[in-house]
Ligand binder design. Sequence first.
Ligand SMILES: Cc1cc2nc3c(=O)[nH]c(=O)nc-3n(C[C@H](O)[C@H](O)[C@H](O)COP(=O)(O)OP(=O)(O)OC[C@H]3O[C@@H](n4cnc5c(N)ncnc54)[C@H](O)[C@@H]3O)c2cc1C
Ligand code: FES
Length: 288
Amino acid sequence: MEKIIEEARIVSRQLVRGQIFRLRLHAPNISGAARPGQFVMLRVCEGIDPLLRRPFSFSRVDAAEGDFEILYRVVGRGTLLLSRLLPGASLSLVGPLGNGFELPLTSSSPLAFLAGGIGLAPLLELIARVISERGQKGAGELRLFYGARTAEELLPEDLLCLPGLRIDFATDDGTFGYKGRITHMFEEAVAEGFGPSEIYSCGPLAMQYNVAKWALANKTMAQLSLESLIAWGLGACLGCALPAATPEDPGAERFVHVCEDGPIFSAGSIKWNKILSQQTVVPTFPFN
Ligand SMILES: Cc1cc2nc3c(=O)[nH]c(=O)nc-3n(C[C@H](O)[C@H](O)[C@H](O)COP(=O)(O)OP(=O)(O)OC[C@H]3O[C@@H](n4cnc5c(N)ncnc54)[C@H](O)[C@@H]3O)c2cc1C
Ligand code: FES
Protein backbone atom coordinates (compact mmCIF):
# COMPACT_ATOMS: atom_id res chain seq x y z
CA MET A 1 0.00 0.00 0.00
CA GLU A 2 1.16 3.49 -0.79
CA LYS A 3 2.64 5.44 2.11
CA ILE A 4 1.25 8.90 2.63
CA ILE A 5 3.27 11.87 3.84
CA GLU A 6 0.97 14.38 5.45
CA GLU A 7 1.16 17.46 7.60
CA ALA A 8 -1.22 16.99 10.52
CA ARG A 9 -2.77 19.52 12.86
CA ILE A 10 -3.13 18.73 16.55
CA VAL A 11 -6.84 18.89 17.37
CA SER A 12 -6.57 18.07 21.06
CA ARG A 13 -4.11 16.83 23.61
CA GLN A 14 -5.08 15.32 26.93
CA LEU A 15 -3.05 14.02 29.83
CA VAL A 16 -5.01 10.86 30.53
CA ARG A 17 -3.16 9.44 33.51
CA GLY A 18 0.39 9.51 34.88
CA GLN A 19 2.68 9.82 31.85
CA ILE A 20 0.04 8.75 29.33
CA PHE A 21 -1.27 11.22 26.76
CA ARG A 22 -4.04 11.06 24.20
CA LEU A 23 -3.45 13.06 21.03
CA ARG A 24 -6.04 13.73 18.33
CA LEU A 25 -4.64 14.68 14.93
CA HIS A 26 -6.38 16.01 11.85
CA ALA A 27 -4.88 14.18 8.87
CA PRO A 28 -7.66 13.27 6.40
CA ASN A 29 -5.55 11.25 3.97
CA ILE A 30 -3.90 9.02 6.54
CA SER A 31 -7.13 8.71 8.60
CA GLY A 32 -8.99 7.62 5.47
CA ALA A 33 -6.50 4.83 4.77
CA ALA A 34 -5.70 3.63 8.32
CA ARG A 35 -6.59 0.11 9.46
CA PRO A 36 -6.47 -1.27 13.03
CA GLY A 37 -3.00 -2.45 14.01
CA GLN A 38 -1.21 -0.21 11.55
CA PHE A 39 0.96 2.65 12.74
CA VAL A 40 2.17 6.08 11.79
CA MET A 41 5.68 7.56 11.99
CA LEU A 42 5.48 10.94 13.58
CA ARG A 43 8.11 13.64 13.53
CA VAL A 44 8.09 15.00 17.05
CA CYS A 45 9.95 18.22 16.29
CA GLU A 46 11.56 20.26 13.57
CA GLY A 47 15.34 20.08 13.27
CA ILE A 48 17.61 17.18 14.04
CA ASP A 49 17.06 16.45 17.74
CA PRO A 50 15.67 13.85 17.75
CA LEU A 51 16.28 13.18 14.09
CA LEU A 52 14.14 10.12 13.60
CA ARG A 53 10.39 9.89 13.49
CA ARG A 54 8.68 7.83 16.21
CA PRO A 55 6.14 5.03 15.60
CA PHE A 56 2.67 5.08 17.20
CA SER A 57 -0.35 2.87 16.64
CA PHE A 58 -3.74 4.23 15.65
CA SER A 59 -5.77 4.00 18.87
CA ARG A 60 -8.92 5.43 17.27
CA VAL A 61 -9.71 6.48 13.72
CA ASP A 62 -12.51 8.84 12.73
CA ALA A 63 -12.28 8.83 8.95
CA ALA A 64 -15.46 10.90 8.56
CA GLU A 65 -13.85 13.78 10.46
CA GLY A 66 -10.43 13.12 8.95
CA ASP A 67 -8.97 12.56 12.43
CA PHE A 68 -7.15 9.82 14.28
CA GLU A 69 -5.89 9.42 17.81
CA ILE A 70 -2.80 7.98 19.42
CA LEU A 71 -2.28 7.03 23.05
CA TYR A 72 1.31 7.26 24.15
CA ARG A 73 3.44 7.05 27.21
CA VAL A 74 6.34 9.43 27.78
CA VAL A 75 9.49 7.28 27.92
CA GLY A 76 12.23 9.45 26.40
CA ARG A 77 13.10 12.63 24.56
CA GLY A 78 10.82 12.15 21.56
CA THR A 79 7.68 11.44 23.56
CA LEU A 80 8.56 14.23 26.01
CA LEU A 81 8.78 16.75 23.16
CA LEU A 82 5.53 15.39 21.75
CA SER A 83 3.79 15.84 25.10
CA ARG A 84 4.65 19.56 25.04
CA LEU A 85 2.96 20.28 21.71
CA LEU A 86 -0.35 22.09 21.97
CA PRO A 87 -3.54 22.08 19.85
CA GLY A 88 -3.06 23.95 16.60
CA ALA A 89 0.56 22.86 16.17
CA SER A 90 1.42 20.83 13.11
CA LEU A 91 3.34 17.59 12.79
CA SER A 92 4.75 15.70 9.85
CA LEU A 93 3.47 12.12 9.46
CA VAL A 94 4.23 9.08 7.31
CA GLY A 95 1.65 6.32 7.24
CA PRO A 96 -0.30 4.21 7.46
CA LEU A 97 2.51 1.67 7.85
CA GLY A 98 2.60 -2.04 8.53
CA ASN A 99 0.17 -4.86 7.87
CA GLY A 100 -2.53 -4.30 10.51
CA PHE A 101 -4.78 -6.90 12.12
CA GLU A 102 -6.85 -9.22 10.00
CA LEU A 103 -10.43 -8.94 11.12
CA PRO A 104 -12.08 -12.08 12.58
CA LEU A 105 -13.04 -14.79 10.15
CA THR A 106 -16.51 -15.44 11.53
CA SER A 107 -19.07 -12.83 12.48
CA SER A 108 -20.26 -14.11 15.84
CA SER A 109 -17.51 -16.18 17.42
CA PRO A 110 -16.15 -15.23 20.86
CA LEU A 111 -12.97 -13.18 20.70
CA ALA A 112 -10.30 -12.42 23.30
CA PHE A 113 -8.27 -9.22 23.36
CA LEU A 114 -5.26 -9.13 25.68
CA ALA A 115 -3.68 -5.76 26.45
CA GLY A 116 -0.69 -5.01 28.66
CA GLY A 117 -0.18 -1.35 29.61
CA ILE A 118 -0.08 1.07 26.68
CA GLY A 119 -0.41 -2.02 24.44
CA LEU A 120 -4.10 -1.29 24.75
CA ALA A 121 -3.74 1.45 22.10
CA PRO A 122 -4.05 -0.58 18.85
CA LEU A 123 -6.64 -2.92 20.37
CA LEU A 124 -9.09 -0.08 21.03
CA GLU A 125 -9.48 0.71 17.34
CA LEU A 126 -9.61 -2.99 16.48
CA ILE A 127 -12.39 -3.67 19.01
CA ALA A 128 -14.34 -0.62 17.84
CA ARG A 129 -14.05 -1.83 14.24
CA VAL A 130 -15.17 -5.38 15.14
CA ILE A 131 -18.18 -4.04 17.04
CA SER A 132 -19.16 -1.75 14.20
CA GLU A 133 -18.82 -4.53 11.58
CA ARG A 134 -20.74 -7.08 13.63
CA GLY A 135 -23.41 -4.65 14.76
CA GLN A 136 -24.68 -4.66 18.32
CA LYS A 137 -26.94 -7.64 17.70
CA GLY A 138 -25.42 -11.11 17.76
CA ALA A 139 -21.98 -9.63 18.21
CA GLY A 140 -20.71 -12.73 20.01
CA GLU A 141 -18.78 -12.61 23.22
CA LEU A 142 -16.04 -9.97 23.13
CA ARG A 143 -13.73 -9.90 26.13
CA LEU A 144 -10.83 -7.61 26.87
CA PHE A 145 -8.27 -8.74 29.45
CA TYR A 146 -6.45 -5.56 30.33
CA GLY A 147 -3.72 -5.10 32.88
CA ALA A 148 -0.94 -2.87 34.12
CA ARG A 149 1.59 -2.88 36.91
CA THR A 150 -0.63 -0.92 39.25
CA ALA A 151 -4.08 0.74 39.29
CA GLU A 152 -2.60 4.18 38.57
CA GLU A 153 -1.34 2.95 35.21
CA LEU A 154 -4.71 1.69 34.01
CA LEU A 155 -6.55 4.00 31.65
CA PRO A 156 -9.81 5.48 32.92
CA GLU A 157 -12.90 3.44 32.09
CA ASP A 158 -14.54 6.16 29.96
CA LEU A 159 -11.79 5.62 27.38
CA LEU A 160 -12.65 1.93 27.24
CA CYS A 161 -16.39 2.29 26.92
CA LEU A 162 -17.29 0.16 23.90
CA PRO A 163 -20.76 -1.37 23.60
CA GLY A 164 -20.93 -5.12 24.19
CA LEU A 165 -17.36 -5.41 25.40
CA ARG A 166 -16.68 -7.14 28.72
CA ILE A 167 -13.50 -5.95 30.41
CA ASP A 168 -11.54 -7.89 33.03
CA PHE A 169 -8.85 -5.86 34.76
CA ALA A 170 -5.62 -7.11 36.28
CA THR A 171 -2.79 -5.42 38.14
CA ASP A 172 0.52 -6.96 39.13
CA ASP A 173 0.21 -5.58 42.66
CA GLY A 174 -3.52 -6.29 43.04
CA THR A 175 -4.48 -2.61 43.50
CA PHE A 176 -7.32 -3.08 40.98
CA GLY A 177 -9.02 -6.19 39.64
CA TYR A 178 -7.33 -9.57 39.41
CA LYS A 179 -3.98 -9.74 41.17
CA GLY A 180 -1.39 -11.15 38.81
CA ARG A 181 -0.70 -11.60 35.14
CA ILE A 182 -3.20 -10.91 32.39
CA THR A 183 -2.38 -14.26 30.83
CA HIS A 184 -3.23 -16.07 34.10
CA MET A 185 -6.53 -14.18 34.32
CA PHE A 186 -7.25 -15.16 30.72
CA GLU A 187 -6.40 -18.82 31.38
CA GLU A 188 -8.76 -18.85 34.37
CA ALA A 189 -11.56 -17.42 32.22
CA VAL A 190 -10.94 -20.23 29.72
CA ALA A 191 -11.02 -22.80 32.53
CA GLU A 192 -14.42 -21.35 33.51
CA GLY A 193 -15.80 -21.92 30.00
CA PHE A 194 -14.74 -18.94 27.84
CA GLY A 195 -13.74 -20.30 24.44
CA PRO A 196 -12.34 -17.65 22.09
CA SER A 197 -11.91 -18.61 18.47
CA GLU A 198 -9.23 -15.96 18.01
CA ILE A 199 -6.91 -13.90 20.21
CA TYR A 200 -5.57 -10.41 19.56
CA SER A 201 -2.79 -9.22 21.80
CA CYS A 202 -0.46 -6.29 22.40
CA GLY A 203 1.84 -5.83 25.36
CA PRO A 204 5.30 -6.47 26.78
CA LEU A 205 7.43 -9.10 25.15
CA ALA A 206 7.17 -11.56 28.05
CA MET A 207 3.40 -11.30 27.90
CA GLN A 208 3.34 -11.80 24.13
CA TYR A 209 5.53 -14.85 24.53
CA ASN A 210 3.06 -16.38 27.01
CA VAL A 211 0.11 -15.56 24.76
CA ALA A 212 1.87 -17.18 21.79
CA LYS A 213 2.75 -20.25 23.86
CA TRP A 214 -0.86 -20.66 25.01
CA ALA A 215 -2.26 -20.12 21.53
CA LEU A 216 0.06 -22.68 19.95
CA ALA A 217 -0.59 -25.26 22.69
CA ASN A 218 -4.36 -24.75 22.38
CA LYS A 219 -4.47 -24.46 18.58
CA THR A 220 -6.12 -21.06 18.74
CA MET A 221 -5.38 -18.37 16.18
CA ALA A 222 -3.51 -15.44 17.69
CA GLN A 223 -2.45 -12.15 16.16
CA LEU A 224 0.22 -10.37 18.17
CA SER A 225 1.30 -6.77 17.75
CA LEU A 226 5.08 -6.81 18.27
CA GLU A 227 7.63 -4.08 18.71
CA SER A 228 11.18 -3.53 17.71
CA LEU A 229 13.29 -0.44 17.31
CA ILE A 230 11.91 1.28 14.23
CA ALA A 231 14.31 3.72 12.63
CA TRP A 232 12.84 4.73 9.28
CA GLY A 233 9.87 2.40 9.08
CA LEU A 234 10.28 1.91 5.35
CA GLY A 235 11.85 -1.53 5.18
CA ALA A 236 15.28 -0.31 4.12
CA CYS A 237 17.49 -0.06 7.20
CA LEU A 238 16.89 -3.57 8.65
CA GLY A 239 16.83 -2.05 12.14
CA CYS A 240 13.54 -3.65 13.15
CA ALA A 241 14.36 -7.27 12.27
CA LEU A 242 13.03 -10.10 14.45
CA PRO A 243 14.07 -13.76 14.11
CA ALA A 244 11.44 -15.69 12.20
CA ALA A 245 10.40 -19.29 12.75
CA THR A 246 10.81 -21.61 9.78
CA PRO A 247 9.00 -24.82 10.82
CA GLU A 248 10.17 -26.76 7.75
CA ASP A 249 13.81 -25.88 8.54
CA PRO A 250 14.12 -24.97 12.27
CA GLY A 251 17.84 -24.17 12.01
CA ALA A 252 17.37 -21.57 9.26
CA GLU A 253 18.40 -17.97 10.01
CA ARG A 254 15.55 -15.88 8.68
CA PHE A 255 14.26 -12.50 9.74
CA VAL A 256 11.03 -10.58 9.47
CA HIS A 257 10.75 -6.80 9.69
CA VAL A 258 8.32 -5.24 12.12
CA CYS A 259 7.82 -2.15 9.94
CA GLU A 260 6.87 -4.04 6.76
CA ASP A 261 6.00 -7.66 7.59
CA GLY A 262 4.42 -6.61 10.92
CA PRO A 263 3.81 -5.24 13.42
CA ILE A 264 1.15 -7.96 13.56
CA PHE A 265 2.48 -11.53 13.57
CA SER A 266 0.89 -14.91 14.11
CA ALA A 267 1.98 -16.83 17.21
CA GLY A 268 3.92 -19.41 15.22
CA SER A 269 5.82 -17.05 12.95
CA ILE A 270 8.42 -15.85 15.46
CA LYS A 271 11.44 -17.64 16.95
CA TRP A 272 10.54 -16.66 20.50
CA ASN A 273 13.45 -18.35 22.24
CA LYS A 274 15.92 -16.43 20.11
CA ILE A 275 14.30 -13.09 20.89
CA LEU A 276 14.16 -13.79 24.60
CA SER A 277 17.79 -14.87 24.72
CA GLN A 278 19.02 -11.85 22.72
CA GLN A 279 17.67 -8.86 24.57
CA THR A 280 19.60 -6.60 22.22
CA VAL A 281 17.26 -7.52 19.38
CA VAL A 282 14.20 -6.19 21.17
CA PRO A 283 14.45 -3.38 23.72
CA THR A 284 12.72 -3.31 27.07
CA PHE A 285 9.11 -2.76 26.18
CA PRO A 286 7.30 0.44 27.07
CA PHE A 287 4.02 -1.53 26.96
CA ASN A 288 3.98 -2.11 30.69
C1 LIG B 1 4.85 -0.43 15.63
C2 LIG B 1 4.97 0.35 16.93
C3 LIG B 1 3.86 0.95 17.47
C4 LIG B 1 3.97 1.65 18.67
N1 LIG B 1 2.85 2.21 19.21
C5 LIG B 1 2.94 2.88 20.37
C6 LIG B 1 1.78 3.47 20.95
O1 LIG B 1 0.66 3.38 20.41
N2 LIG B 1 1.92 4.14 22.12
C7 LIG B 1 3.15 4.24 22.74
O2 LIG B 1 3.23 4.86 23.82
N3 LIG B 1 4.26 3.72 22.21
C8 LIG B 1 4.19 3.04 21.05
N4 LIG B 1 5.32 2.52 20.50
C9 LIG B 1 6.62 2.75 21.18
C10 LIG B 1 7.08 4.19 20.87
O3 LIG B 1 7.37 4.30 19.50
C11 LIG B 1 8.33 4.50 21.71
O4 LIG B 1 7.96 4.54 23.05
C12 LIG B 1 8.89 5.86 21.31
O5 LIG B 1 9.44 5.77 20.02
C13 LIG B 1 9.97 6.30 22.27
O6 LIG B 1 10.53 7.48 21.76
P1 LIG B 1 11.33 8.49 22.71
O7 LIG B 1 12.10 9.40 21.83
O8 LIG B 1 10.43 9.09 23.72
O9 LIG B 1 12.29 7.54 23.50
P2 LIG B 1 13.86 7.41 23.25
O10 LIG B 1 14.54 8.65 23.71
O11 LIG B 1 14.08 6.92 21.86
O12 LIG B 1 14.14 6.27 24.27
C14 LIG B 1 13.97 6.52 25.68
C15 LIG B 1 14.03 5.25 26.41
O13 LIG B 1 12.89 4.46 26.03
C16 LIG B 1 13.36 3.26 25.46
N5 LIG B 1 12.58 3.01 24.27
C17 LIG B 1 12.54 3.74 23.14
N6 LIG B 1 11.76 3.17 22.25
C18 LIG B 1 11.35 2.04 22.82
C19 LIG B 1 10.55 0.99 22.38
N7 LIG B 1 10.01 0.93 21.15
N8 LIG B 1 10.35 0.00 23.23
C20 LIG B 1 10.88 0.03 24.44
N9 LIG B 1 11.63 0.98 24.91
C21 LIG B 1 11.87 1.96 24.11
C22 LIG B 1 14.79 3.48 25.06
O14 LIG B 1 15.53 2.27 25.10
C23 LIG B 1 15.28 4.44 26.10
O15 LIG B 1 15.68 3.80 27.27
C24 LIG B 1 5.23 1.78 19.32
C25 LIG B 1 6.36 1.19 18.76
C26 LIG B 1 6.23 0.46 17.60
C27 LIG B 1 7.44 -0.19 17.02
S1 FES C 1 12.67 0.30 10.53
FE1 FES C 1 14.15 0.07 8.97
S2 FES C 1 13.68 -1.88 8.12
FE2 FES C 1 12.12 -1.57 9.59
